[in-house]
Design a protein. Structure first.
Lengths: 204, 52
């Protein structure tokens, strides 16, 4: 019985191999996939290191500029203001390329019929993004302590600075969401426009 | 209430922050951040914008 089963199995495998067509680029694709995987692992490790360095730098600045008096931790108001601005600028520089990295293939798919328009759209969105960030920082920056602030950091200032960071994250999040939702409609409109501009003979 | 600064601590702290920022910048510059090949967008990248 086992010899018969073995024979059946061998026949099935041999006919399976005979039916399979050899792929010319299989080796190259496997090689690329291994390289991609290796690169992704390295990127992940480097990303953790970069974030650790940035957090360490913020901690070092905080440790250098605080003063402990009678058990209270004190910091000049303007140092927290500067730190918040630095964090906002860092967020802008990181978030822009991060969104673009994942959004590019989405835009490429939406604008597959009009790649030039797609490229132009991505570029214009980049400009809009940095304009929004710059305007937000300039609108919310403080050159002197506000109403209930003191010369040293207090709860009111801490709440204000936290709200500044939360505010920009919310604005970019909402705009990004709207962009994702409206992009397919815009892409479709461009494709339809192009189709309508073509002479009737070319459409068929 | 005023904050008093210890010069040695300020210099050491800011120096360490500068070194850490430099290391972060070096890591960012020397890493290959290319997305995986399945995320390639050759049509979009290949498109030329004449006026830019």
């Amino acid at each position: 019985v086992s010899a018969h089963t073995e024979e059946l199995l061998r026949d099935a495998l041999v006919s399976g191999v005979a039916a399979a067509t050899e792929s010319d680029d299989l080796f190259a694709r496997v090689q690329l996939s291994i390289e991609d995987d290796r690169r992704r692992r390295l990127q992940r490790r480097r990303r953790v290191l970069v974030v650790s360095c940035l957090l360490g730098a913020i901690a070092a600045v905080v440790a250098a500029t605080i003063d402990v008096k009678e058990g209270e931790v004190l910091m000049d108001w303007w140092i927290l203001e500067l730190l918040t601005n630095a964090i906002l600028i860092g967020l802008a520089l990181w978030l822009g390329p991060f969104i673009k990295r994942f959004g590019k293939s989405y835009a490429a798919d939406v604008f597959r019929a009009t790649p030039r328009t797609g490229k132009s759209y991505v570029l214009l969105m980049d400009i809009a993004y940095y304009l929004i960030f710059t305007a937000y920082i300039l609108f919310t920056i403080s050159f002197e302590p506000k109403g209930s602030w003191e010369d040293t950091v207090n709860a009111a200032q801490l709440q204000h600075e936290t709200a500044r960071i939360g505010g920009i994250v919310l604005i970019i999040g909402v705009l990004h969401g709207l962009n994702i939702l409206s992009l397919p409609i815009i892409g479709r409109l461009f494709t339809l426009n192009r189709h309508l501009d073509e002479p009737p003979s070319a459409r068929a | 209430v005023t904050v008093t600064y210890d010069l040695a601590r300020v210099v050491a702290g800011l120096g360490l922050a500068a070194v850490l920022l430099a290391v972060a910048a070096w890591l960012v510059r020397t890493t290959d951040w290319r997305p995986p090949t399945e995320a390639d967008t050759p049509e979009l990248d290949g498109a030329t914008l004449d006026d830019w």
